[in-house]
Design a protein around this ligand. Sequence first.
Ligand code: SF4
Length: 208
Amino acid sequence: MPKNKVIKILDILEKDYPNATTMLEYNSLFELLVAIVLSAQSTDAQVNNVTQKLFKKYKTPYDLAQVDINELEELIKGVGIYRNKAKNIKALGKIINEDYNDIIPDSLEELITLPGVGRKTANVMLAVGFNKPGLGVDTHVVRLANRIGLVATKNPTSIELSLKEIIPMDRWGNAHQLLIYHGRNICKSRQPNCQECSIVNYCQQLIA
Ligand code: SF4
């Protein structure tokens, strides 16, 4: 799809969702990173529910590094794959505390070396936490990018790299949020509402 069409799509979605931003609740970059790690295969509402209790007790990387793993599992079991995530966020606390002196790294290369942090998490962290170019690819982005015709692959890394080629860098973070909002509201997984879709004229896959 030509770049000017993609820009038109983003312009329209920006009008539809002028306040598109993360719904995750956090008070520090570390809390944001933990919340994004917890958000895999879970809704933002589920994550906020869990982090409300978690961050009341354990706020810092050191706190999380020290927490008893059983207690941690208990605290976060409202999100998917919580056992794995408990292990990851405890290890994350330890590494950020001991190796990074409590400072969250702000490069994709460093972020993806952290426990539980894949390219999606790292990209969202860059965009939301550091206001740097980052384009996270989650399940909504995979679905919409394919339906609209921006990409023709389900591989998240390929999608990320393709979208980064056709979307101007200063719009990467916002594009991620806009596609998520449109995916939640109109282009839903089971039943896309093409009749109500503002970008229908630019979409290759009209699902009537
Ligand atoms: S036209 Fe339909 S398939 Fe295309 S983006 Fe809109 S809702 Fe999704």
